[in-house]
Write a protein that binds this ligand. Sequence first.
Ligand code: ZN
Length: 438
Amino acid sequence: MQEKVFAYLEANQERAIDLLKELISFESVATPTDDPAAPQGQAVLDCLLCAKRAAEGLGLSTMNLDGHALLIDDTAENDAKIGMLCHLDIVPAGEGWTHKPFAAEIEDGKLYGRGATDDKGPFVSALFALAALKNCGADLKHHVRLIAGTCEETGSADIAYCKEKGVIPPHVFSPDASFPVVNTEKGIARFSLSATLPAGTRLATVRGGEVINMVPQNAHATLSDSTTVTEIGKAAHASTPHLGENAISRLLDTLCERLMDDAAYPVLLAARDLHPLHETDGASLNLKDEEPIAGPLTANLGLIDLTDGVLTLSFDVRYPLNVNEEILRERLAKRLKDTPFALADMNVMPPHHVPEESALVQSLLAAYESVSGKKGYCMSMGGGTYVHDIDGGVAFGTVYPDEDCCIHSPDEFIPVGDLVQNAKIFAASLLRLQEQDL
Ligand SMILES: [Zn+2]
């Protein structure tokens, strides 16, 4: 059966490329609206309807779930055991492209466009994998549902909607990250520490960072004599803070040097010592920890702000499986006891983990190895894949180890050959899962 399925996929390569080109032509940035038919905006709905027509043209059953998601099934029976989860929304194109972001140009074997790898290309591969199984007459005793979501990049309200409607199958993989398999995601804690500055300080304004989940690239302060202090760092994602250079930590260093005689000096010193420059393991917050599955805790000081005399530091901490909210609160309380800072608020998203021994993970790893010829293994990420809130779900592809497809950056692309190879990996995975007791 697998040979027949692979032959179908190879024969349909041009059709898959054409569909990807068409999907990329939609500037489907999720933009919430009051229109009940298009909850994420017209462009997202148009892209969803394009995918729906393509799925029907391949002989699959479809259902538009109120514009929040597209459901594509091998049968109309509505009893799928296995799910594949992709998304049709994209991040904005941004600046700096050398190819047109919505033209899907092919050059040197790469198809360029926003969404090529994140996540329209993987959607096309998943769609053709399912179509191949159906059209080759594979015996799908465990039915399969492909879900195409509409707002992964803006908080995944689509997943909440799908959960509420009960449409997510029990065994789900999501080709919206990297190969081989991501089965562990760290917990994410976001919290703010605040301290009141004493009267008489020369510090007038302090601002740094754009969003809490990035290492801040810019931070600046002004003094009462209108002097300004500006520091530049290097941006990176908060889950990999060691790849960045924290502009806020630099700013605090500089302010501590320049305001030694200022009333605010003790507060600035305490702030600096909570997150020293180049420290990313949370040691100075008393949060350092590590276990072998998810790896070490990471800490990023993402935002700083001075409003009405209150200095606020906002952190994004990614924590391993042996830590929880209670532990974090306890350790922070101990650390902050003799400082001017207090915990202002904390939001926690617990870690996500699916055992490596599970039938799902083992089937995916085996299919990946046999099709790609590369070694299969499980990985941990700093958190936040599309399946973070789906029990038993794992991320599976499609960026290969040592590959960089410029996701969220200019000139995002997918190697054209990956479209069919990834479809083969998904089809082989679905075939292997048929043999499992699910
Ligand atoms: Zn994505």
